[in-house]
Write a new protein. Structure first.
Length: 103
């Protein structure tokens, strides 16, 4: 769903401490929104305790990670109130996005 994707983008920008005007311009650029639409997404995102749930159905994946990484993930999950799946999904998505930007 486009709305959740845009809300989550707005939520990330706010969480990163980016000012409303700059965040709005980033949403305009990245999603082809009007400034008014961008501000609406930002205003709604400010009321969200956490990102909107993904609309894609999850797929189970099994892989091994070092115990220290798992310990850190579990500790972060407790403090952030996110699931391990949400944390890993966000991290992988950001990594892939970064890789696409840098070729």
């Amino acid at each position: 769903m486009q709305k959740n994707e845009r809300l989550n983008a707005a939520h990330r920008l706010i969480a990163q401490g980016i000012g409303m005007a700059e965040a709005a311009m980033m949403l305009v650029r990245d999603y082809g929104l009007s400034r008014r639409q961008a501000y609406r997404y930002l205003e709604e995102a400010q009321t969200m305790a956490r990102p909107a749930p993904s609309v894609e159905p999850p797929v189970a994946v099994t892989f091994k990670l070092p115990i220290g990484v798992i310990r850190d993930l579990r500790a972060y999950a407790v403090t952030s109130e996110l699931t391990l799946g949400e944390i890993v999904s966000r991290a992988v998505s950001r990594f892939l996005s970064s890789e696409r930007e840098h070729g």
